[in-house]
Write a protein that binds this ligand. Structure first.
Ligand SMILES: C[S@@+](CC[C@H](N)C(=O)[O-])C[C@H]1O[C@@H](n2cnc3c(N)ncnc32)[C@H](O)[C@@H]1O
Length: 262
């Protein structure tokens, strides 16, 4: 496998809390009961309603849109035009079915693609969203620079991510990811010529996290019966899910930034 493909696959696995790329073929099955895969659609919609004018005329790009939970809610609630891109074909298929069910064809388009390529081609959006995607586009600085290129001069960027609750990283389970503190995020915005228009803190919802994990456990048990040779792989995924939830509940603060180019 060439290095570039390897890197995309490793980051894809990481974006969905999988420790190993061997889990990739099983992720659509494991996550089949969940629609929302990361960011909170209502927070993003709240920020748009508060700050955007002429919502019906706005063009929004949702990078790594998962199953379209955010983009479809935007199309449904705000009647803005959305384009969602994700690399997992089953997720895009799911989104397309939802669009038909909800009669939102006129407002939404979903395509399978690698966002590393998409950010080089897509331009002139009123807003670009990156929700719970981690380091798929590179370091936080590289990510911001790439996102900037997809929007109009006065366009917005929405990033759903986390910051470290305190400088001390000792408590963090996921030592492989380099989390920024609140001040480091602000330093980065300053350095890249971006201003923070608004932000919302997302408090971890223990009950919701628990119910998501339970749904994944049931699917992992089904897969273990079919593929007993991968038992450890599935068990490892559940452990990663639980440890991510612990980090989100104890050590990290979820945040949705609404940003603009200065
Ligand atoms: C945690 S999910 C978040 C999904 C969605 N943004 C949300 O908030 O519900 C991360 C998503 O990133 C997608 N992803 C990872 N690497 C990608 C890439 N190179 N190109 C497109 N999508 C990618 C995954 O398939 C997955 O759907």
């Amino acid at each position: 496998m060439c290095n570039e493909k390897n890197d995309v696959e490793e980051k894809l696995a990481k974006s969905l809390t999988a420790e190993s790329t061997n889990l990739l073929p099983f992720l659509p099955y494991l996550l089949q009961d969940l629609w929302e895969l990361g960011s909170n659609p209502s927070d993003i919609i709240k920020l748009m309603q508060k700050h955007f004018t002429d919502l019906g005329k706005r063009k929004i790009l949702d990078l790594a849109c998962g199953k379209g939970a955010v983009a479809i809610r935007i199309a449904e609630t705000l009647k803005a035009k959305v384009k969602g891109v994700d690399i997992i074909p089953e997720f895009i298929e799911f989104a397309k079915i939802k669009v038909i069910e909800l009669g939102l064809n006129a407002y939404s388009q979903f395509i399978v693609g690698d966002i590393n390529e998409v950010v080089l081609e897509e331009k002139d959006y009123d807003c670009v969203i990156l929700g719970a995607v981690g380091d798929v586009l590179g370091t936080p600085k590289e990510t911001l620079m790439k996102m900037k290129k997809t929007i109009k001069p006065y366009g917005y960027m929405i990033i759903d991510d986390v910051y470290l609750d305190c400088e001390d990283t000792i408590q963090i389970n996921n030592k492989k990811h380099e989390y920024l503190t609140y001040n480091q995020w602000h330093g980065l915005f300053e350095e890249t010529g971006i201003s923070v228009v608004d932000w919302l803190i997302n408090h971890a919802d223990h009950e919701q996290n628990d119910s998501n994990t339970q749904a994944i456990i049931v699917r992992a048990m089904e897969l273990t019966k079919l593929y007993p040779q991968h038992k450890e792989l599935f068990e490892g995924y559940i452990e990663s899910q639980k440890s991510e939830c612990e980090d989100l509940e104890n050590n990290l603060i979820g945040v949705t930034w609404l940003l603009k180019i200065k």
